[in-house]
Design a protein around this ligand. Sequence first.
Ligand SMILES: Nc1ncnc2c1ncn2[C@@H]1O[C@H](COP(=O)(O)OP(=O)(O)OP(=O)(O)O)[C@@H](O)[C@H]1O
Ligand SMILES: [Mg+2]
Length: 510
Amino acid sequence: MTPVDDSTGAGGAAETPRLLVRWLSKRYGNVQALAEVDFELRAGEVMALLGENGAGKSTLVKVLSGLVQPDSGTIEIDGVARDLYPSARSQASGVAVVHQEYSSVPTLTVAENLVLGQTGVSPLWLPGRLKARARTLLDAVGLDHINPGTLVERLSVAEMQLLEIARLLVRDSKILIFDEPTAALADREIERVLGVTKRLASEGRSVIYVTHRLPEVFRIADRVTVFRNGRSLPARSTRDLDVDAVITMMLGRELQTMFPKRGTARAETLLEIEGLQAPGLSEPVSFNVRAGEIVGLTGQLGSGASTVVETLAGMATLQAGRARLDGQDISLKSRSATLKRGIAYCSADRKRDGTFAVRSIRENLSSPWIRAVARAGWISVRGERDRSSDIARRFTIDVKRMATAVGALSGGNQQKVAVGKWLGAAPRIMLLEEPTRGVDVGARAEIYQHLRDLCAAGLGIVIASSDTAEVLGLCDTIATFYRGRVTALKPHHEWSEDALVREVMHQEAA
Ligand SMILES: Nc1ncnc2c1ncn2[C@@H]1O[C@H](COP(=O)(O)OP(=O)(O)OP(=O)(O)O)[C@@H](O)[C@H]1O
Ligand SMILES: [Mg+2]
């Protein structure tokens, strides 16, 4: 990969910025999403845009992409004032975006999605040409194993995200915006995205890169702009910063601890998994979960780690094997069967089955346990309100906004709702996939603490996560997966970060 050339990017402050945003404000009802934001992007630079959940990052992205009209402020591209609303204008001005919530149409093919909604691309392209073009684009983002004729609904979350990036390459845009492009991805796909991003910048395009994964920032960004409560702090060069300094800028304070102290798991086995086989697993999987223990399953995309969690949730086809809870066999044949036995499940894709976007925060928070507060078919409004407000407070979700539709929340706050709703259900086992995807550092620490609290109350937790730092910092026992089988299963203190990353990538020690 060609390194970013300093002379094109972070250099000469005197040159006209590629993008200059001044005094930009946007209000939603009583939420000031953007407040007099100043933002500058130079030609050929990668600018990381950082901030807590709800800080306004996606709102800026939506303004720049013409989805949202700002209340006030000015935008200049290459020194010329521009109105970027609606999105056709933004596109015509050379802005292209990969949104946080992916926008591919699941019922169309990969190739069709690549040309969908793109100005300057004829829908009358011959199928053969369309396919050939799609092939080139897919290869560019490392989706070489995907057939252009595949329906998008068949893709994994990570593959959909890479498809979004391929869509952005269709047009020749000079300002590229990535809103959390790697949130759904594992190490190897992240490398691919970072590689593609660097290459695009080295070709002279300017990139705005929104992320909560701070180590990435130092790998690709020339400068950093931090948003706090809708306001922008002055941009800083990554050369003058480190991760801790960035966290302090984001939170306005230092973060004391990211990972809570581990408790002592109890001796008794809560969940026994024996010889589990399901599509996507190449060898039977067996492990135990003790009460109070967090077991982490980690691996690359398609490694089988999520398959195990999905199978335990009753979401995949069980081909062989058994699971016992408290020594009693449990059926894994459907989600409702496992739910009945007290198995909570928080999926990686909150759009598919994590939250209901059009329903309120309160309704979402109470959805897993609403039956418990209902008596003879009547829902106790008071019971629901008390319990969901309690959860909201524990997750620092604004209690005044309980009636707000979850779809209007920032991405990270939606994730807090997706995890938090299980707290009221008193489950025995909690299964989570990528629990802190898109969650900011502060809220991430809170979620970890909540999971530890649940352990202290005797729950067993199984997490599938591609974030090796998270698995290492949080879990008691860690299993690594590679191509559908477990390659190692050890207590956390027998792992180092280096050994874990190497095991996950399936590489020999250097
Ligand atoms: N359509 C909307 N209606 C009402 N409020 C909204 C809407 N869109 C965003 N908001 C609010 O504006 C604020 C900024 O949200 P935004 O999505 O820009 O945050 P963000 O920085 O991208 O956060 P995250 O890191 O969680 O993605 C939040 O309080 C959010 O709830
Ligand atoms: Mg966002």
